[in-house]
Design a binder for this molecule. Sequence first.
Ligand code: GRF
Length: 218
Amino acid sequence: MNNVNILVLVSGNGTNLQALIDAERGGRFRGGEDYPGGRIAAVLSDRPARALSRAEAAGIPVYTEEPRLSLGPAERRRELSDRILGIARGTGARLIILAGFLSILEGNIIKAYGGKIINIHPSLLPKFGGKGMYGERVHRAVIEAGEKESGCTVHIVDAGTDTGPVILRRKVPVLDGDSPDTLAGRIHDEEHIAITDAALMMLRRLGGDGDNNNRGRQ
Ligand code: GRF
């Protein structure tokens, strides 16, 4: 069975991307008798990001596609999403993983890749998700709400923000005296497990699909 090409979208440090790279290198995505393997065909960022040097160090092609600030917010999101769709198709991607990607995808790409785009979010969705809920803000809100546990969620991306069907969650305790930083660190460790487990689950799901498109990096 042909490998599934994966496009990973990033905006920041890229520790989740690194977990995916390490998993691929370690043979975790080699596939099985009844499901395909996966390979990271390309990494795309919407801004200069440390994640890109991680990809380059692993020999993975990188793209930087920044939002056009001259456009209004809605058109800016659509235009960037369409550019990313073009790159996804060009790399033969069948799975798109948002690993700390801060722009919001909209329009054609959601339809073209329906059910095949996943995102990782650092809270137990549906709690503490939605527009404006990213990074430190999530963890601060969790602590201020007095939550006893938090964690991370991997979900399918749909037309909403952090609203698609959940693939998996991993939980951590919120400890007395936690700062947004200490809580984020504890969750990050779980994210690295969650994102690779979720990628594997998606490869198994894609095993049933007919249109295995394998252009791009071999
Ligand atoms: C993670 O907390 C992820 O849940 C969120 O952005 C962060 C990215 O971290 N969407 P990294 O760049 O993978 O280290």
